[in-house]
Design a protein around this ligand. Structure first.
Ligand code: FBP
Length: 345
């Protein structure tokens, strides 16, 4: 029998023993247990009556599938029994107050990338935990540095939990025989310099100058005078991309672009970018908008979008360097300036 530590025994060894930390461990365990239930439903798919069909729209106008609604129900139900003052879910317009006196607030994307499911591609749950402030709702508008833990679960060939907690990042997989997450990697460190990028390249014509310049240089590789030949990946599933970066490095970009509805990027600050940024930074990587560190941003609205560039320090730094000194108002420009502003030239 394998002697790997269970999530529970691992959390019991947390270094910080404050009351908030104990509460955070309880919330992490609650979310993890709920993801085990969800993993089963996802794996069964049509056998569990999940059609994958679109039902309504969520508060932000995104199409909702039956599995999105189910995932939201499972998470919300679970969090009601945890020390959580309020939960903000992608699937609801406003945070729901659960227990005003509880010490923590949770922002959650119950099922990210559900459009991938019909192709049997990995999807995930992303969560962010922060101490409740005096005013519960204002808690969600604090910068991402206020988070005390975050993480995500990938429902793929294995069900994997990535957890940023206690100042480091650990990875667990679900042992289906005992229905428990077990530790497989402790203190993950992201390779600082992997020449691999992930971006939805079909949007190139909509990108702003600095992003186009960076990707063009990656594509030009050593033939174009660059320092390396880059590989490319695009899964179209944020959790799967983030896990790949933790395992082998590289940079992920979902930038703002010129399409209506994408002027602030696609991904959501509170339950996608903030939790991912905490994971990246605690694993020695970085996360920015290209101009600002994600963790320093505070949301102005619950479902605010944000450009997200994350991963290996070198890649994120290079994207930031190419933005430097360019006023945002010129981002849209096709000016040859960007062709001259190479990283490697
Ligand atoms: P949802 O939040 O609507 O589920 O979408 C998020 C997401 O699927 C991410 O997981 C992924 O990074 C991105 O959208 C893919 O976008 P695109 O459709 O441009 O490939």
């Amino acid at each position: 029998m394998d002697e790997r530590a269970s999530l529970r025994s691992h959390l019991e060894k947390s270094v910080s023993q404050t009351p908030d930390c104990a509460a955070a461990c309880e919330v992490i365990e609650t979310i993890a247990a709920a993801t085990i239930e969800l993993a089963g439903r996802i794996a069964d798919g049509p056998l569990a009556g999940i059609t994958g069909e679109a039902g309504g729209m969520n508060s932000d106008g995104d199409q909702q599938k039956d599995i999105d609604v189910l995932a939201d129900d499972i998470m919300r139900r679970a969090l009601r029994d945890a020390p959580v003052a309020a939960v903000l879910s992608e699937e609801a317009a406003l945070p729901e107050i659960l227990d005003r006196d509880a010490p923590l607030c949770v922002a959650i994307d119950p099922l990210d990338g559900s459009a991938n499911l019909e192709n049997n591609i990995s999807v995930g749950t992303i969560f962010s935990i922060r101490p409740r402030g005096n005013d519960i709702l204002s808690t969600f508008f604090e910068p991402g540095t206020a988070q005390c833990a975050s993480g995500f679960v990938v429902y793929g060939p294995q069900t994997t939990l990535v957890l940023a907690h206690d100042g480091r990042v650990d990875i667990f997989i679900l042992d289906r025989r005992v229905r428990q997450f077990v530790l497989i990697k402790q203190g993950v460190r992201i390779a600082p310099d992997t020449p691999e990028f992930a971006i939805n390249a079909s949007n190139r014509r909509h990108w702003h100058g600095p992003v186009r310049a960076y990707i063009d240089e990656c594509l030009a590789g050593t033939h174009g005078g660059g320092a390396a030949d880059f590989n490319m990946r695009w899964i179209g599933s944020l959790v799967a991309e983030a896990l790949r970066i933790l395992v082998r490095g590289g940079v992920f970009l979902y930038p703002a672009d010129a399409r209506p509805g994408y002027r602030e990027g696609r991904l959501r600050l509170l339950y996608e970018a903030h939790p991912m940024a905490l994971v990246m930074e605690w694993a020695g990587g970085a996360a920015t908008t290209g101009r600002r560190r994600i963790l320093e941003l505070g949301a102005k609205t619950p479902h605010q979008r944000v450009p997200l560039i994350m991963g290996s320090v070198r890649g994120v730094r290079d994207v930031a360097a190419i933005h430097e000194g360019i006023e945002p108002m010129f981002d849209n420009s096709d000016a040859p300036l960007f062709a001259r502003r190479g990283l490697f030239r």
